[in-house]
Design a protein around this ligand. Structure first.
Ligand SMILES: C[S@@+](CC[C@H](N)C(=O)[O-])C[C@H]1O[C@@H](n2cnc3c(N)ncnc32)[C@H](O)[C@@H]1O
Length: 299
């Protein structure tokens, strides 16, 4: 069965599975608002679009530990003392972000370490990130790089970029992440495939890993640019790929922009039929509620 959610997983919900395998549910409200708006002082106003909620079949606090408590437990066990997610400088960075009134929308500590595991496993030397915020995910990615490595991170807000640069200095990151300020699509279109200028052979040119975590409405466009810039065998990882399950809901009357961007990407992957990429979608719960990653490799 190709339905994205089994009837059991959505028991209690009103649903119908159509030929398109979308699921409709009563009572879902959506928003057409832009999720990020650049203000005149260079900061970004973030309007949360329908915060994802826990899936109905997730064990809640009433029956046992909450997903957030499990996240905290895993972090306490899996972050090496004083390093990676437990690096004490990160608290100072988080404070700097709070003082600049930045939204708390960075990846979780365990997601950050997951990115680091991925980059280390790939032996990545060239990494691209779309969506910097205060540099939390950038920190995990940059720490995996060898001295000759390169990390580019794209951010719309000059205020976010400034805080991120201060944090990178405080964290003593080397190689130092290069923040490209401006609308990510414009920055992406200006980026050359890394290694081209140095005359590397074609199979060695391109980013090893791209992490997409900016405005969700342009997910498809970011993915296409990421494909252009990634080497064969490289990994493209998209955050917020499930949005509380709303990607699988029938919302044609009132589509929310963060979901339509993702659907455009998934429709493209469906049409591609494994010619250009192989992608997987992984649902996650945690202190950020119910969401997920879409992860692809360029074939
Ligand atoms: C979810 S946050 C990134 C979180 C970061 N990756 C982390 O986990 O630490 C999204 C960021 O994307 C930025 N952003 C939003 N729209 C953008 C655009 N069109 N171009 C570039 N950056 C954008 C926002 O200002 C925000 O800082």
């Amino acid at each position: 069965m190709r339905s994205p959610l089994s009837p059991r997983a959505i028991s209690g919900l009103h649903y119908t599975v159509r030929q398109t395998f979308l699921i409709s549910r009563r009572g879902i409200s959506t928003s057409r608002n832009m999720s990020y708006a650049l203000t005149s002082d260079g900061s970004v106003k973030h309007t949360p679009t329908n915060r994802p909620t826990l899936p109905p079949d997730t064990v809640g606090a009433a029956n046992g530990p909450s997903a957030a408590a499990v996240d905290a437990y895993l972090t306490s066990k899996l972050a090496p003392k004083g390093q990676w997610a437990d690096d004490p400088i990160l608290e100072e960075c988080r404070r700097r972000a709070a003082e600049a009134d930045m939204p708390e929308i960075e990846v979780s500590p365990m997601q950050g370490q997951f990115l680091a595991v991925l980059a280390l496993g790939l032996k990545a030397t060239k990494i691209l990130e779309i969506g910097t915020l205060w540099g939390y995910s950038t920190y995990f990615l940059a720490r995996t790089l060898p001295a000759h490595g390169q990390i580019d991170t794209l951010e719309l807000s000059p205020v976010h970029a400034k805080v991120a640069n201060e944090n990178f200095l405080a964290l003593d990151l080397y190689p130092f992440p290069k923040v490209h300020v401006g609308p990510a699509l414009e920055s992406l279109q200006k980026l050359d495939i890394p290694g081209t200028e140095e005359g590397l052979p074609a199979h060695e040119r391109g980013y090893d890993l791209v992490f997409i975590d900016a405005d969700k409405e342009r997910m498809y466009e970011y993915f296409q640019e990421a494909l252009r810039l990634t080497r064969k065998g490289g990994i493209i990882m998209c955050d917020n790929a499930v949005r509380g399950g709303r990607i699988a809901l029938e919302e044609n009357d009132n589509p929310s922009i963060d979901v339509t961007g993702l659907r455009k990407l998934y429709d493209w992957v469906e049409q591609d039929q494994g010619k250009t990429v192989l992608m997987s979608g992984i649902q996650t719960v945690g202190h950020k509620f119910w969401d997920g990653f879409a992860i692809a490799t360029k074939l």
